[in-house]
Every structure is written in structure tokens, then in C-alpha cells.
Write a protein that binds this ligand. Structure first.
Ligand SMILES: C[S@@+](CC[C@H](N)C(=O)[O-])C[C@H]1O[C@@H](n2cnc3c(N)ncnc32)[C@H](O)[C@@H]1O
Length: 347
């Protein structure tokens, strides 16, 4: 600290954490400052974890192979997240190409926009919008891109920044307010949604979105109640399960229930269905789309949507099978394990 700063800004001690290493998201100050602590970040990644406040992009080479970007093209990353894929796209689009990055998370997109702008690409090569990707046609109209784009990408679901931050209320591993909204400025938090939803409707979500075998018991056990925190919801789910159920099956149930509620809170399938229906009008002839999905509900929709558009000749080609991450990637990033990549080409 320079003398000037020292006199104007009093020294502030970093809050102490218990034990040798920080365990809580907010205490991991080195991981939150990757530019300064690159060695810590490398160690965390080598141990198979995602550094706090970051997201490791999945199957980057396969995504690039599917999109076949060229210099000067227009590409849309509909789920900007931490910007890992976006950074790779920006590189391939140079010179004269443009990347439109969309994310409905108004908190993370500000940081990602700033981070991507330090990578050395011309300022005009990146445009970001904090919106739902279902609104892609209106964003393209605002940009005067009515003649379409060359490539569209979506990496569905939530980012590690969202799930690892207890304040966002997605996690059952760390206690936090039961929120789960990717965009906290819109819709109802999970706590209110559960309170105002009937057991019958809750059971339908659990069944349809996560194939939950105990959907009815859990829906009866949680509907109409106010759970302020993620841990209070977790406890109520566990109480609804038969005592004989094994520990690992209990954990899987918690994961599935949180997933189903998150899908409903963010109306994820409605946005995905809408996005699949507007793709053909947004792509130029020969334009390519690639999608990463993380559970069967998403993958089924993408597969059926692509097949239907292929049958009627709107897509000239679609992938025959999904591409999966290799074992090395799954080892360094276990969050990649459930990923499936599909692609299609506009006729
Ligand atoms: C898996 S992350 C993307 C990670 C990104 N590819 C990267 O390399 O960092 C998914 C992101 O999509 C955003 N998202 C999910 N559904 C969305 C939607 N319907 N509209 C806009 N953004 C969405 C989430 O807020 C989250 O930031």
C-alpha cells in the first residue's frame, strides 16, 4: 500500500476462518482472486474441484468442433456463465467477428463481461445482454441482426458460481436462503413457491422433472410450508422418506428434489422449448447450433426438437448420437460427468 493510500484507507484485516484452510465459499479469498493466486487455483483444479467463484467450461474442444467458427462470423453464447466457452469463441471469431453473450443472471454477467474484456479482444467483438435466451429474436432485432447468425450455443442449467454460493440458495451442501432464482429480480424464490403450491402439483414437478420415485411422499411432506433455508428443506425431504432407504439413495433424492424445484423456479423447460422453436429463424442458412445438456429432461427435449426440425428439412443435418466428455475431463471436473453434447445445421 502506498503511503498516500495508507493514510487515506485504514488497514482492514481479512475476517478469520476456523481451521487451516477456509471451508466456506466467502472465506476462500485466494480462489476469489485468480489473477493473484494462480498457483492456488491450479491446485484446486488438480484436486478435482472447481475454485470458488469460477466455472470450468465443459467439452470446449468438442463444442468448437461442432460449431466450426470462422473469423468474421457472428456467434451467440446463450448461457455466458463464467465465459469459459465465450473466451474460446472470441479467439476463433477474430478478426472482425462478433460474439453476443446472453445470461439471465444479472449478478454474474457483470463480472464475466468485465473479465472477458481483459482478454485483449477488440471491444466491439463482444456484446452482452442480461436476458432470458428465450428472448433471442428480440435481442437480434435490437442489434439489427435480422439476417441471422452463424452459430448458436447453449450450456444449460446453472453455473458453479451460482450453486457454490450459499447466498444464491441453490445448494443443499451449504445452508443459505432458499431462493434458487438465476435472475433474483424476477419470479418467486423457491421458499414462496413451495408454500403456495399444492401437494398434487409439487408431486407432478418432482415426477416429471426429476423422475423422483418418492414424489408423492415428499410433496405431501413439504407442500404449503415455509422453508426459509436450504437446510430446512433438506431436513423436511429426509423426514418424508422411508426409514429403510439407504444413505446414498437419500442423497440422490435430495439432489433430484432440489433439481426439480430449481427447474420450476426458473421455468427452465418453458425457456428451452421456446428457444428450440425460435432457433431456425435465428440461424443463417448453413448456421450451426450446439447444446450441452445435463439431465434426461433437457436432453430429451433437445433430441426431439432437433429430430422434428430435421424431418421437415429445416435442419440439413443433426448429430446421430450424443458426444460425452472423456474420462480425463470427468476426473478433473466431476461436474462434466453428466454432460451430453448435441448439434444441428440449418438447411
Ligand atoms: C452451465 S452455466 C454456463 C457456463 C459457461 N458456458 C461457461 O463457460 O462459463 C449456465 C448459465 O446459463 C444461464 N442460464 C440458464 N438458463 C438461462 C436462460 N433461459 N436464459 C439465459 N441464461 C440462462 C445461467 O444463469 C448460467 O449462468
Amino acid at each position: 500500500v502506498s503511503e498516500d493510500n495508507a493514510s487515506s484507507q485504514p488497514f482492514k484485516r481479512r475476517p478469520r476462518y476456523k481451521g487451516k484452510n477456509p471451508r466456506h465459499f466467502e472465506d476462500k479469498y485466494k480462489e476469489h482472486d485468480p489473477a493473484r493466486y494462480a498457483d492456488t487455483i491450479a491446485k484446486v483444479i488438480a484436486s478435482g474441484k472447481t475454485p470458488a467463484g469460477q466455472h470450468l467450461p465443459i467439452m470446449v474442444d468438442s463444442v468448437l468442433d461442432a460449431l466450426k467458427l470462422k473469423a468474421g462470423q457472428r456467434c451467440v453464447d446463450c448461457t455466458l456463465g463464467y465465459g469459459g466457452h465465450a473466451g474460446a469463441f472470441l479467439k476463433q471469431l477474430q478478426p472482425n467477428g462478433t460474439l453476443l453473450g446472453i445470461d439471465q443472471d444479472p449478478i454474474e454477467i457483470v463480472k464475466t463481461n468485465a473479465r472477458l474484456r481483459t482478454l485483449g479482444f477488440p471491444d466491439v467483438s463482444l456484446i452482452t445482454y442480461s436476458r432470458n435466451f428465450a428472448q433471442l429474436p428480440s435481442i437480434m432485432s435490437e442489434l439489427g441482426w435480422d439476417d441471422g447468425v452463424d452459430a448458436i450455443f447453449a450450456d444449460l442449467g446453472i453455473s458453479s458460481m451460482q450453486i457454490d454460493n450459499p447466498e444464491r440458495g441453490f445448494s443443499f451442501k451449504h445452508n443459505g436462503p432458499l431462493d434458487m432464482r438465476m435472475n433474483p429480480n424476477t419470479g418467486l424464490p423457491a421458499s414462496e413457491l413451495i408454500q403456495k403450491t399444492s401437494a398434487t402439483e409439487l408431486a407432478i414437478w418432482l415426477h416429471e422433472y426429476s423422475d423422483e420415485p418418492f414424489a408423492n411422499n415428499i410433496a405431501q411432506g413439504i407442500s404449503g410450508q415455509m422453508f426459509d433455508t436450504t437446510l430446512s428443506l433438506e431436513r423436511a425431504i429426509l423426514k418424508s422418506l422411508p426409514n429403510s432407504l439407504k444413505h446414498e439413495n437419500r442423497s440422490l433424492t435430495i439432489r433430484r428434489v432440489f433439481q426439480a424445484i430449481r427447474i420450476q423456479v426458473n421455468d427452465e423447460f418453458k425457456a428451452l422449448d421456446r428457444w428450440l422453436s425460435i432457433l431456425p429463424d435465428c440461424l443463417k442458412p448453413g448456421g450451426r447450433v450446439a447444446v450441452l445438456t445435463f439431465h434426461s429432461g433437457e436432453d430429451r427435449r433437445v433430441k426431439k426438437g432437433f429430430q422434428a426440425l430435421h424431418r421437415i428439412g429445416i435442419f440439413s443435418d443433426i448429430c446421430e448420437t450424443v458426444t460425452r466428455p472423456n474420462i480425463e475431463e470427468c476426473n478433473t471436473n466431476p461436474r462434466a460427468s453428466s454432460a451430453k453434447l448435441r448439434w444441428a445445421i440449418r438447411a
